[in-house]
Design a protein around this ligand. Sequence first.
Ligand code: UD1
Length: 416
Amino acid sequence: MSTLIVRPSGPLEGEIPIGGAKNSVLKLMAATVLAEGTFVLRNVPRIADVAWMGDLLTHMGLTVEVGDHALTITTPADVTPEAPYELVERMRASIVVLGPLLARHGEAHVALPGGDDFGPRPIDMHLKALEELGAEVTFEHGFVHARAAQLTGTRLLLEFPSVGATENALMAAVLAKGTTVIDNAAREAELADLASFLNHMGARIRGAGSSTITVEGVETLHPVDHTVVADRIEAATYLAAVGAAGGEVILRDAVPAHMTMLVQKLGEMGVRCSPDGDGLWAMARHRLRSVDVSTLPYPGLATDYKPLLVAMLTVADGVGIVTENLFAGRWRYVDDLVRMGADIRTESHHAVVRGVPRLSGAPVRAPDIRAGAALAVAGLAAEGETAIADAHHIDRGYEDFVGKLRGVGADVERRD
Ligand code: UD1
């Protein structure tokens, strides 16, 4: 178990490299099941979730070789169409193997994921979409079993633009017979990356990145070499660090076009951002102003940004009302922020954050990836030492979190 020690820092100055998106690479890895042969993925972050998805692919009979920010994945003619509980429990995103397994192998046996720290996260929309494409879905011994001799294209209307359900439906539809239309589809940048990967493989997808995706099924797909899109949530984390600690940084390889709403919100708070060559420049010189925040599906403000925004609001001037519209219970880090002197009251989907001049470092615990990172952001603006236990959660989504922060002058270290 490792602990992250954060001391008051700033102004932060310099450059931070932004890696490939966790929420894209995991799905691209799942999509390699769709074609026999050898794939290369580049700009792959060195994070725990990628290693776990590699374990899952290996369990299914694929070969995964790890290179320098690259993965070489070889898919054999036959795979074991099964995702066991130990792996799905560790990482809920494993559920996205359901669509590709079903499409290419006609069956998939995937352990049902449990709830997690964000409360229950059902997969009913994933399953409904697959059933509408012609799969027969049953449950037994904690597993979902899906079977279909041949999937057939149809019109799918998602009740909510769920990222995972859109991805599973998309990966199933690429090999289905005929045309599939996915309406009210998720529009995330990572989803567009997945569609572009699938199109390079020979799929025929139009409209990815918009709320209507049209897929004309093809008979076979082939392996490709692909570079993973930049991680907008990693970039948002370092923007929050600059907001909390002050300073001026360049986020190399960040894609501002994928973060428009966040950049606008940060501008209202007093963090100036603008595109800079191959990245994003950001500067904060004064105490931030409070704003209201409401999470929404892309291109709205991502729920993953919320803990970072809350951390910034704790030391901003004024009162901010934060509304969570995606995951009911995503407030677990708030108690720890309060222990650090923040003035936050939560009520169901809302939090009222009254900015205080300074936080006070305290021992806290990272409950998940983004909340762990948010506690570190708060620690930069706190007097004394903030010791974040369970820092391994941060490793699930961030490569070299400590090194990147230290590189711009933050006083952060890891104690194992
Ligand atoms: C993905 C991201 C996660 C992000 C989330 C929302 C990955 C690995 N994770 O998660 O970081 O916070 O998108 O942007 O990419 N829902 C249902 N039934 C379903 C599916 C979803 O009710 O079958 C609900 C969920 O409970 C939640 C909402 O829909 O309230 C959005 O979930 P979804 O977009 O599916 O999130 P994930 O794909 O799990």
